[in-house]
Write a protein that binds this ligand. Structure first.
Ligand SMILES: [Zn+2]
Length: 308
């Protein structure tokens, strides 16, 4: 395992590959697996499903650093398996660097009308309530694609969730902007464990509020439809409905509290802070998830014994 860490470090600076060992990867360089033991819960996080949300990448990279390089939370590495997908929309992300800084969707060409309007909003393409709270207009920023899970980028995430869903205790889809911790469902209906989801969300928000920049607002916690807007086909909802116990969308702070499209910009001074303050939420959520997982296991054992 240790021999692979150096490769993972280089992966984000030189885009070199880490192809061997237990770190099976869907593509050559953009997915990190730390899977060891099927008896452990999994935390799965991904960022940049929306290409222009650059400030989200430091959040996942910081987490990787804290999990494999500068490990100060040994319990989180020992007791939890991790899956991290830093660049969930690689074609879109590249496009924001070379051509259009505020591009949101992927770069699918199959839906174009008269050579205009590329791309699918990946966060409306997942197979849960697909097409009910999104757009069928290919030119829209929330165009949902031809059918649920039509896009390869969404399929990568869906496959991870389908493969490991029952073991994923915490799923984090990291976005910007607006200082929110959101949960399902996008229809406004709560999942059966809504209270637990909310409690964990509040703990994560408090951990982030404690270290956030004073100029940024506190994080708001709530159902995504009630505190922001209705959606369908989101990664958050698909994960929640597929057996992930605690599923959230993080919205990182806006650039200089700007409500316009400039909110997607990033102050260089905020890059490390974005990683640091998001990690406070991640580790708090991971510990909550671990305790929740163990409590359920204990309950299951007690039920087994009581039947003997
Ligand atoms: Zn987003």
């Amino acid at each position: 395992m240790a021999s692979c860490f150096g490769d993972m470090l280089r992966m984000f600076t030189e885009l070199s590959f880490c192809k061997s060992g237990p770190f099976a990867q869907f593509s050559d360089w953009d997915l990190v697996f730390l899977l060891e033991d099927t008896s452990k819960p999994i935390v799965f996080m991904e960022s940049l499903i929306h290409a222009r949300e650059w400030v989200t990448l430091p959040a996942t990279l910081y987490a990787i650093e804290k999990l494999v390089i500068d490990v100060t939370e040994r319990d989180l590495v020992r007791d939890i398996d991790w899956i991290v997908l830093p660049i969930a929309n690689p074609d879109g992300y590249e496009h924001t660097h070379v051509s259009a800084r505020f591009w949101r969707k992927n770069r699918a060409t199959g839906y174009m009308i008269a050579n205009i309007c590329m791309g699918v909003d990946l966060n409306r393409n997942f197979d849960f309530n697909w097409g009910t709270g999104s757009s069928s207009n290919v030119c829209s920023e929330t165009f949902h694609g031809a059918r649920a899970n039509s896009e390869p980028d969404a399929q990568v995430i869906s496959n991870i969730i389908r493969t490991h869903g029952q073991r994923i205790e915490l799923f984090l889809d990291i976005h910007s902007f607006g200082s929110y911790i959101l949960y399902g469902f996008g229809t406004g209906v709560l999942p059966p464990n809504g209270l637990t989801i909310h409690l964990a969300g509040v703990q994560m928000a408090q951990a982030r509020d404690a270290v956030k920049w004073a100029s940024n607002p506190n994080y708001v916690v709530g159902n995504s439809a009630h505190v922001l807007y209705g959606t369908s086909g989101s990664a958050q909802d698909f994960a929640q409905n597929s057996g992930c116990t605690l599923s959230y969308t993080y919205e990182l702070p806006a650039w200089r509290n700007t409500g316009t499209i400039n909110g997607f910009l990033v102050d260089p001074d905020f890059i490390e802070q974005a990683g640091f303050e998001t990690w406070q939420g991640i580790k708090t959520g991971a510990r909550f998830a671990l305790n929740n997982f163990r409590a359920r296991q204990m309950l299951r054992k007690q039920n087994t014994f009581s039947k003997e």
